[in-house]
Design a protein. Structure first.
Length: 325
């Protein structure tokens, strides 16, 4: 019986200003012929469309390989079946880009830890974007392969998940965090299990941004980290322009003690805490509780290990590390 609960929140923030407009920053202006990929192998260090810069991650070691960050792709292969690193790595599961079949010809494939740079100096913010699975990751989760498990297990009862976390920063300060389930097999009813096969729009909360970081978390991990292919796709980035720039919020000071802990600990903040979430090393939510005070007591019954304590308050969300022993 699967009993782990997960709360996914996609927030839309209403912006009040003198005037505003929304600009779409896609990748169709990039001149890639069908089947071509820009991954840095030609010596390019990044791709920029004026507002957003995507670092490329080509490593020249061992004859050269795509090691990190982004690749811009015009490959069309959303076919279901066995996972294949060689033919599916640079492919989005929907087949085409988020603009639609025959129109969306270029999109970006990202690796775990990829980041974007907002080059507008605060004049624009990333308001939303479309995300999807890569074909390679989708087929690996759907069918399993020599490195990764079939999600749900053979009988479909195992509580697997593949999550994309999107964090925005301004001058090193966390502004917002959104989580998207690229695959979710944690519902009590297995008929609700799903692997994202289409483009889905994600709305980003917050105002000032100079960087956006993307992290992946899977329930399938081994001695060398994540077994699930750590790739995803993005397209159709929407930027909001405002005449005035809102100053970044001052985040409160947080403390968690004792740390390390046997499972009983306190969280203190200089601002009232509204809720707390505890996540394990794979990003799985193992505990959540509402609050309305500066000091909150938590009591966990979890295996020993490293956990993330996510603290929500009026000005945003912050994370702390907790060791349970």
């Amino acid at each position: 019986m699967k009993s782990i609960k997960f709360l996914t929140t996609l927030m839309v923030m209403t912006v009040t200003s003198a005037a505003w407009c929304q600009l779409e920053e896609g990748f169709e202006s990039l001149s890639l012929d069908s089947g071509q990929v820009l991954n840095g192998s030609d010596g390019s260090l990044s791709y920029s469309n004026g507002s957003i810069e995507l670092p490329l991650g080509w490593d020249t070691s061992w004859g050269g390989y795509w090691a990190s960050n982004w690749a811009l792709s015009a490959k069309v292969n959303g076919q279901e079946g066995a996972s294949d690193f060689n033919t599916q790595l640079y492919c989005a599961k929907p087949g085409w880009g988020a603009e639609g079949e025959g129109v969306g010809k270029v999109y970006a494939i990202g690796q775990n830890g990829a980041y974007l740079l907002n080059k507008t100096g605060g004049g624009l913010r990333l308001a939303s974007l479309y995300v999807a699975n890569s074909t390679y990751a989708y087929n690996s989760m759907k069918n399993g392969d020599m490195f990764a498990k079939k999600f749900g297990g053979q009988d479909g009862s195992e509580a697997d998940s593949f999550l994309l976390e999107i964090e925005t920063f301004w001058q090193g300060v966390l502004q917002s965090r959104e989580r998207v389930a690229l695959a979710d097999f944690r519902a009590a009813n297995s008929s609700d299990d799903s692997i994202m096969g289409a483009w889905n729009q994600v709305f980003i909360a917050g105002f000032l941004q100079d960087s956006i970081v993307f992290r992946l978390y899977s329930s399938d991990n081994g001695d060398f980290g994540m077994n699930t292919p750590a790739f995803f796709a993005i397209d159709r980035l929407y930027m909001d322009r405002t005449e005035s720039v809102q100053s970044t919020a001052i985040l409160p000071t947080l403390h968690v003690y004792p740390n390390p802990s046997s499972g009983q600990f306190w969280v203190e903040s200089t601002q009232p805490i509204t809720s707390i979430e505890i996540l394990d090393f794979s990003g799985r939510l193992v505990h959540e509780q509402k609050a309305s005070s500066y000091r909150v007591s938590c009591n966990l019954h979890v295996p020993n290990g490293l956990y993330t304590v996510r603290v929500y308050h009026a000005t945003g969300v912050q994370s702390l590390r907790l060791i349970c022993h």
